[in-house]
Design a protein around this ligand. Structure first.
Ligand code: ZN
Ligand code: ZN
Length: 359
């Protein structure tokens, strides 16, 4: 359940925004928006701000919505929902109604226009996302708890890093540890070894890990709806010169990026700090993705820390810093930490050691 003060703050920001956009009301079908603005955790429902919050849910969620959403008026509907939505919108004589263009299907919009035609439907991008981009301390503590739990889980399976163990077994055991410790996985766990470590988003297979291979493990937990995201790369056996070099360059690229993080910095320049360092080492062409991303109710959300990203970092943003080098046919290294941006720097939520990578 979200504290009343938190909800009122969020409504105020959104309502001010609606007014600035000359909108009378706003409608969302999206889980994250509903959850952020009401605390309701059900998987289906329609939230209307007219401008006061009205949550339309079906029979399955009526009780749950009443318990979880203290400030919203709850209306139980029978399908189809059109009549109820029409009422919710007309009760405040709404004319211009905003919707989330990135989270409404073409057919949903067609239905809205067909059945609730007397209003003008206006696409409004990133209304809630812009609000979610800065986390309050309660959100940060959920993300922190998720990170702590997932690190504990990784610690519990580290003894499995032995030749002959399958990637999928590592992933399953790690998931089991996360769930056993009271959370859910935030996303399907990535375990990629050997040449497959060069695939940034490889799904675990039945391939066995071998001596002389890198093993990239990218994983996260979810607590109170909030995700964590972390990557550690291990090496089985004694690494050669090139392995040590690449690992240390990736680690140093991360340090370079971290060293400039603070409120007021441009997100794109944080990416540039890591990228320039790898360029200096001749490895930038193997770093094909952005340096990082925001983490919150979604594993990937605003802001992006990527080339030319102009977003200015603010106190309370949570972002990942995850440089990687992926060399086809050879393998790859990625090291991902998650930090909270602070006025005078950052706080690293990731504590799992990076220096002890040889298993
Ligand atoms: Zn990750
Ligand atoms: Zn990530």
């Amino acid at each position: 359940m979200l504290p009343e003060e938190t909800l009122l703050n969020r409504y105020t920001i959104i309502k001010d925004n609606l007014r600035e956009n000359n909108l009378d009301a706003w409608v969302t079908f999206r889980y994250e928006s509903r959850r952020y603005l009401t605390g309701f955790t059900g998987s289906a429902g329609i939230l209307v701000l007219n401008p006061e919050p009205i949550l339309l849910v079906d029979f399955r969620y009526a009780e749950q919505a009443k318990i979880e959403s203290l400030k919203a008026k709850i209306i139980e509907f029978n399908k189809p929902y059109h009549k109820y939505l029409k009422e919710a919108l007309n009760s405040g004589s709404s004319k211009k109604v905003g919707f989330e263009p990135n989270h409404l299907t073409v057919s949903q919009l067609r239905e809205l226009k067909e059945f609730i035609g007397e209003v003008e439907w206006v696409p409004v991008e990133n209304l809630v996302e812009n609000c979610r981009i800065v986390k309050d301390e309660q959100e940060i503590s959920s993300i922190k708890a998720a990170q702590e739990l997932s690190e504990k889980a990784l610690n519990n399976i580290i003894n499995l890093l032995k030749p002959g163990v399958k990637e999928i077994d590592l992933a399953v055991e790690l998931e089991y540890q996360i769930r056993k410790n009271g959370a859910n996985i935030a996303f399907p766990i990535i375990v990629a070894s050997g040449e497959r470590a060069a695939l940034p988003h490889a799904q675990p297979t039945s391939k066995e890990i071998k001596t002389g291979e890198f093993i990239v493990i990218d994983f996260g937990a979810r607590i109170d709806g909030y995700a964590s995201d972390c990557t550690r790369t291990f090496f089985l056996g004694k690494p050669g010169e090139k392995e040590v070099e690449v690992y240390n360059y990736v680690l140093e690229a991360q340090r370079q990026a971290l060293s400039i993080i603070q409120a007021g910095e441009e997100a794109g320049l944080v990416d540039k700090a890591a990228r320039d360092y790898l360029k200096d080492k001749g490895l930038d062409s193997y770093f094909g993705h952005g340096l990082g991303h925001g983490v919150g109710l979604e594993v990937h959300e605003a802001p992006r820390a990527a080339i030319d990203e102009k977003t200015i970092l603010k106190e309370g943003m949570v972002i990942t810093i995850e440089p990687g080098v992926y060399i086809p046919g050879w393998g790859g290294v990625r090291i991902e930490d998650m930090v909270v941006v602070r006025n005078n720097g950052y706080f690293n939520l990731t504590k799992f050691p990076k220096e002890e990578w040889v298993a």
